[in-house]
Design a protein around this ligand. Structure first.
Ligand SMILES: Cc1ncc(COP(=O)(O)O)c(C=O)c1O
Length: 263
């Protein structure tokens, strides 16, 4: 079903209800406890790490793949944590589960499993290793929304997961991200960090917190976006309508929306 002009206008007018509709659709698709639409995957990652840091003050190290998008490392540093780059497997360029097992310790707060190029990491082994040591598995499915591991959609294995709605991603909007929460115990902390009940305030705080993550898009977002409140649901709706549909083409209005965001 192609995106129509009336969809875009509806999204502009609908505000929080379109966002809620998008969040529920993406939550249900992943079978998650909750899904939160935010400004980017890096912002979702930063939020997830802040939640975990507050819960486990004795753990300050995050294992991340040595080869991935640089924003992943920046999110770790912006959250005030120490990143330890773990080598990737030459088979699929994903974080090497054996190397992760070697580096896990009671200092490790989280392991970020980025599914590169749509290929899932070894989630069986990573989940087991994290469970054994008390580290939290965060899936970075920025490049892999819709991919499956052992028949189950990625983003549903880790205790939290992030998706990107960036313009080059397979579930694309103009930009945007999603934080998926699969562990109900983490929900109060996530709501606290995102101030979900007061989204405008939450978005502002969240953009401030992410200011170190990018010199362009995320840092400038608070100033340059016409209105985060309008664009977030709009991105979500765009992503839902445009994704995965054989033969669909990007409607001209969608391009216009993207151009609005050249910051
Ligand atoms: C693996 C991975 N993680 C995170 C991100 C960041 O996504 P966003 O631009 O939505 O912050 C990207 C973007 O390319 C990515 O490839």
């Amino acid at each position: 079903m192609p995106l129509t002009c009336s969809d875009v206008l509806r999204a502009c007018r609908a505000g929080p209800s379109a966002r809620a509709e998008f969040e529920e659709a993406i939550r249900a698709y992943h079978g998650s406890q909750a899904a939160f639409a935010v400004s980017s995957a890096r912002a979702a990652l930063w939020s997830a790490l802040c939640v975990l840091k507050a819960r486990h003050p004795g753990r300050n190290r995050v294992l991340l793949p040595a080869y991935t998008c640089p924003t992943v490392g920046r999110a770790v540093l912006a959250a005030g944590l120490e990143g330890l780059c773990v080598d990737v497997s030459a088979e699929d360029f994903n974080i090497d589960a054996e190397q992760v097992e070697r580096h896990l310790s009671d200092r490790v707060l989280a392991v970020i499993a980025a599914h590169m190029f749509g290929t899932p990491c070894d989630l069986t082994r990573l989940t087991a290793a994290c469970d054994r040591t008390g580290a939290v598995l965060i899936e970075d499915a920025a490049q892999a929304c819709g991919a499956r591991f052992a028949g189950q959609v990625v983003g549903s294995f880790g205790r939290m997961a992030v998706l990107s709605l960036g313009r080059s991603k397979n579930l694309r909007g103009a930009s945007g991200g999603v934080l998926l929460v699969n562990d109900p115990d983490l929900l109060p902390g996530v709501r606290q960090v995102l101030k979900h009940e007061d989204r405008e305030e939450g978005t502002k705080k969240h953009e401030e917190g992410c200011a170190g993550l990018s010199q362009s898009r995320t840092a400038g977002a608070g100033k340059a976006q016409p209105s985060t409140a309008v664009l977030v649901p709009l991105r979500g709706l765009c992503a839902l309508r445009v994704s995965g549909l054989p033969g669909t083409r990007e409607p001209p209005l969608f391009t216009a929306v993207r151009n609005l965001q050249t910051w």
